[in-house]
Design a protein around this ligand. Structure first.
Ligand SMILES: [Zn+2]
Length: 280
């Protein structure tokens, strides 16, 4: 999310301290196992939530595996090294948070990422933010080629125009669309899923899935038609999102429970397990 974390740092620190002191408020406990495909464990969060505590929060939420990225990118190694069988590390192309708005014009970035990729067995590049025609820049194209060379998954927070530019370049590459386009119409999602067999839709912050806690008929139909193409995520971009992680997973389980069990299991865990080979 593009929210200025500086504005909310103090109250969030209080929330996080409460969470650390009173772990019982961390959530309702495990239910349907979840593969969370959108976690961030950035340096500012690490100062408040040590890696051991972060893993306890995943336990409490029933998150079995997680795609994790961080700002700066290599900061994800802290959590990966503690739980290499559980953390699926993605490399973020941001040396700093401010870089988010300029990285796609930085000609030196592909070489920097190439060097960082050698440090641990990264499985993807992202989540990165880019919009509109910026997604067609030479740097973005070079990063897509890098992903292809290393067989990495791309995790893109982008708009429809940006996604289409990325998909046009990313042949034979798995692309996760973060937030499934936020509010893009379902007909657009259907068209994209039909055209691009290696596109995955990740559902954090996605609008319209439920109304008054009930799965909407349109989303039920979409999940039923494409049960193998969706991924769940919590998007822990701030300390507060980490504090809420069990509640966020519980929210997802509420609508998952309204689907046939086999479809719910695919979306909660099976699809990501297949994508990253953790279900073998
Ligand atoms: Zn995002």
């Amino acid at each position: 999310m593009n929210v200025n974390i500086e504005l909310i740092r103090v109250p969030l620190a209080v929330v996080t301290c409460l969470l650390l002191l009173f772990p019982a408020i961390a959530g309702a406990g495990p239910g349907l196992p979840v593969f969370d495909t959108h976690l961030h464990y950035s340096e500012d969060v690490q100062k408040l939530i040590p890696p051991e505590r972060a893993l306890e929060l995943l336990d409490a939420a029933g998150i079995a595996h997680a795609v994790v990225s961080a700002t700066p990118g290599p900061a994800v190694e802290v959590l990966y090294r503690l739980a290499p069988g559980r953390v699926v590390p993605f490399l973020r192309p941001y040396p700093t948070r401010a870089h988010r708005n300029t990285w796609f014009r930085d000609p030196e970035l592909p070489d920097l990422l190439r060097a960082q990729l050698a440090r641990i067995p990264y499985r993807g590049i992202g989540e990165f933010h880019v919009a509109g025609t910026n997604a067609g820049s030479a740097t973005v194209k070079a990063i897509i080629r890098l992903a292809q060379q290393h067989r990495l998954v791309l995790h893109a927070h982008t708009d429809l125009e940006g996604l289409q530019l990325i998909l046009a370049e990313a042949d034979d590459t798995d692309v996760i669309w973060a937030h499934a386009g936020f509010d893009e119409p379902i007909a657009t999602l259907q068209r994209l899923l039909e055209l691009h067999p290696r596109l995955w839709l990740e559902l954090s912050y996605r609008e319209g899935i439920t109304e008054a806690d009930r799965l909407t008929p349109a989303w039920r139909q979409l999940f039923t038609d494409y049960p193998r193409r969706f991924l769940v995520g919590t998007d822990t971009w701030s300390p507060q999102r980490w504090a809420e992680i069990s509640d966020l997973v519980t929210e997802a389980r509420l609508w998952l429970a309204q689907l046939p069990t086999d479809i719910a299991q695919q979306i909660a865990y099976g699809n990501a397990g297949r994508l990253f080979g953790t279900d073998e």
